[in-house]
Design a protein around this ligand. Structure first.
Ligand code: CTP
Length: 413
């Protein structure tokens, strides 16, 4: 399950121009299934009206130390007891300084002092303020006390250009997920392949497929969040590299094959989510092919089957590692074909997706899959986000590896 789902998130907004991005953050949290209560400082209300957050969270915004909640009021202690995680975004220089000193002049200050749950802060301020040694020292103090800081971005600010910009809402959501995830993959080395491969025809043309890489990247992020050391062998995609993951970029099936086998000895799990081209042009022209009026026939040779070659290598070594997970893309007879693929390629698990169903497969953010295991088991999952599919898959990998069902910080109170 997505660790954000059903989590009690106290979203605290302080007075910076980046407060407008907290609207998107709130929407993302709600979409992921979190229960969110919003706290605003007096200054924050000058940037975005509380009404916006009330409408999106479905609860009154807490602003006042003495009337923290809605109609009847709610003490700051009750709020901290409710919270599974506190997210301060944006966290201004002033907020960071007060938190580092332990000052409690307002509701937010009291919440931060009383909190026993994890705290995530996303700093946002002008570059000069961010680079000031006082801010640096405050950030260090907070980090040493276990506050999870979401690194600032670099770019256009309200005035000027440089570091200090608040991380994007998606990055803050990722940080929250990371904090709330169980750490059951700590010490596990996991390799994921993702995206399409690109098989060149000439310097300007290639054969490829519609894979976006989203499924493999979601597996990499979910495994990282659970403490795994992740190597992501990625074909050409337009997704940003997930922070905290080693990314190796490859182009062709042959390059992907070689990159995966070079890591073979060091990995415990291999999850092959890439849509590898099955054929590559036999001859790659070094100059651009010119058009003519006669038909053109391309001779194609099969590419190496990376997953099958891992299965054979493991069999030859008489070993149980690495644990092997394949994906099967089918348009008909999904489960029968997936089981056949699992057996042929020597996998432990195979994730079957029927790409003829809307909302499933390539470019989409959601997937509906069935996960088949070598022992004959099958788990059919409903339509869910690719991150949730990845989380469920990792539960089955953990069971296969005999990893203790680690429990994360339970944010559901
Ligand atoms: N795979 C691989 N190397 C290849 C082709 C596929 O490692 N050259 C892996 C994929 O990453 C996936 C699994 O094999 O985990 C199944 O891929 P899929 O495209 O569904 O199957 P194919 O073996 O290509 O068979 P077909 O295209 O006939 O369905």
């Amino acid at each position: 399950m997505d660790p954000v789902q059903n989590a009690n998130v106290l979203l605290c907004i302080t007075g910076g121009i980046a407060a407008f991005k907290s609207v998107s953050l709130l929407r993302l949290l709600v979409k992921a299934g979190a229960r969110v209560r919003v706290v605003m400082t007096e200054a924050a209300t000058h940037f975005v009206a509380p009404m916006t957050f009330e409408a999106l969270s479905g609860s009154p915004v807490c602003k006042d130390l003495f009337h923290s909640g809605g109609a009847g009021g709610e003490s700051h202690i009750a709020l901290t007891e409710w919270a599974g995680i506190i997210v301060v975004a944006p966290a201004t220089a002033d907020t960071l300084a007060k938190a580092a000193l332990g000052l409690a002049p307002d509701l937010l200050g009291c919440l931060l002092l009383a909190a026993r749950c994890p705290v995530v802060m996303a700093p946002a301020m002008h570059t000069a303020m961010y680079l000031h040694p006082a801010t640096g020292a405050n950030l260090e103090t907070l980090e040493s006390r276990g506050v999870h800081l979401v690194p600032v971005g670099e770019g256009d600010l309200a005035t000027g250009h440089g570091p200090g910009r608040m991380a994007e809402p998606e990055e803050i959501l990722e940080a929250v997920r990371g904090v709330l995830s169980p750490r059951d993959f700590e010490g596990v080395r996991l390799l994921v392949t993702a995206g399409p491969t690109r098989e060149p025809i000439d310097p300007v043309r290639h054969l490829t497929n519609r894979s976006s890489g989203k499924m493999g990247y979601a597996v990499a992020r979910a495994a990282r969040d659970r403490g795994a050391q992740v190597i992501l062998v990625s074909g050409p995609v337009s997704l940003p590299p997930p922070p905290g993951v080693v990314v190796e970029r490859v182009m062709t099936a042959r390059e992907m094959h070689d990159a995966v086998h070079a890591r073979y000895e060091e990995i415990d799990v291999a999850i092959m989510a890439a849509a590898v081209a099955d054929y590559a042009p036999r001859d790659v022209s070094s100059s651009k092919l010119k058009k003519s009026s006669t038909p053109l026939t391309l001779a194609l040779d099969p590419t190496p089957d990376i997953l099958a070659s891992l299965g054979r290598r493991r069999l030859d070594a008489g070993s149980e590692r690495p644990f092997l997970v394949g994906f099967a893309m089918e348009t008909e007879a999904l489960e029968a074909r997936a089981r056949d693929k699992l057996e042929r390629k020597g996998c432990d698990l195979i994730v079957a997706n029927d790409i003829s169903v809307p909302g499933v497969g390539f470019e989409s953010d959601t997937n509906r899959v069935a996960i088949l295991s070598a022992g004959g088991g099958i788990e059919r999952l409903p339509l869910m986000s690719k991150y949730e599919v990845a989380a469920r898959l990792l539960d089955l990998v953990a069971a296969g590896l005999g990893i203790e069902g680690g429990r994360g910080r339970d944010a559901r109170r």
